[in-house]
Write a protein that binds this ligand. Structure first.
Ligand SMILES: Nc1ncnc2c1ncn2[C@@H]1O[C@H](COP(=O)(O)OP(=O)(O)OP(=O)(O)O)[C@@H](O)[C@H]1O
Ligand SMILES: [Mg+2]
Length: 198
């Protein structure tokens, strides 16, 4: 292949130094309706207010553009996550905290993303909420459609969700409020010295 890697003129370390914070992926995983998008956006807002460079990659939005050619078969879900992982890595290189909100139901797919990054760059956040509660929330009406058979291969109904075995963080959205879960994540980032306290 006639493709040669071109070395960067500004390094990741230099970008982090300029930003005064670490760069990493906050990988939210969990059932549909568990609260990934809600929390990723709440955390992003909090980080933004503190002057921390960040960006949210959200499932539906990415599927409109970058991954509009992919469906929901296991192969397509895997490719979906692989591409997101590559994009997330670019954001980490750019010195930002990137928050990803994808169901990402397969353990192996998440592990592949983890392996692409350095040890302190992949923070897996399990957004845990019982299926019954997610179904009760049903913010997009998707569970109803899945139960009616209008949507096939829906995670939790007729497609599996593989829980993380050792995530960096677990947020329980059926027990704690959006504010409390957000605070839990911000506190973690401070404790790890990824961001400064206020
Ligand atoms: N502690 C909490 N954290 C997050 N969301 C909560 C919490 N408590 C209640 N909710 C509600 O749960 C719903 C979560 O919906 P959201 O769209 O964030 O889920 P999602 O995980 O992104 O689903 P999908 O995979 O379909 O995109 C929202 O209506 C939100 O207001
Ligand atoms: Mg979402």
């Amino acid at each position: 292949m006639n493709i040669v890697w071109h070395h960067e003129s500004v390094t990741k370390a230099e970008r982090r130094q300029r930003n005064h914070h670490h760069s990493c992926v906050l990988w939210f995983t969990g059932l549909s309706g568990s609260g990934k998008s809600t929390l990723a956006n709440a955390v992003a807002k909090e980080l933004f207010q503190r002057g921390i460079q960040n960006y949210v990659l959200d499932g539906d939005n990415i599927r409109h553009g970058l991954n509009s050619d992919l469906g929901f078969s296991p192969e397509d879900r895997t490719e979906n996550i692989r591409r997101i992982g590559e994009v997330a890595k670019l954001f980490v290189d750019s010195g930002q905290i990137v928050l990803t909100a994808f169901i990402s139901p397969f353990r192996q797919d998440r592990e592949l993303v983890r392996q692409k990054l350095e040890q302190d760059e992949f923070i897996e956040i399990y957004v845990r909420c019982p299926l019954e509660q997610c179904e009760k929330r049903d913010p997009k009406g998707l569970y109803k459609k899945a139960r009616n058979g209008e949507i096939r291969e829906f995670t939790g109904i007729d497609s599996p969700y593989e829980e993380p075995l050792s995530p960096e963080l677990i947020v329980e959205t059926d027990r704690y409020s959006i504010e409390e879960c957000t605070e839990q994540i911000i506190s973690y980032l401070q404790k790890q010295n990824f961001i400064k306290g206020v």
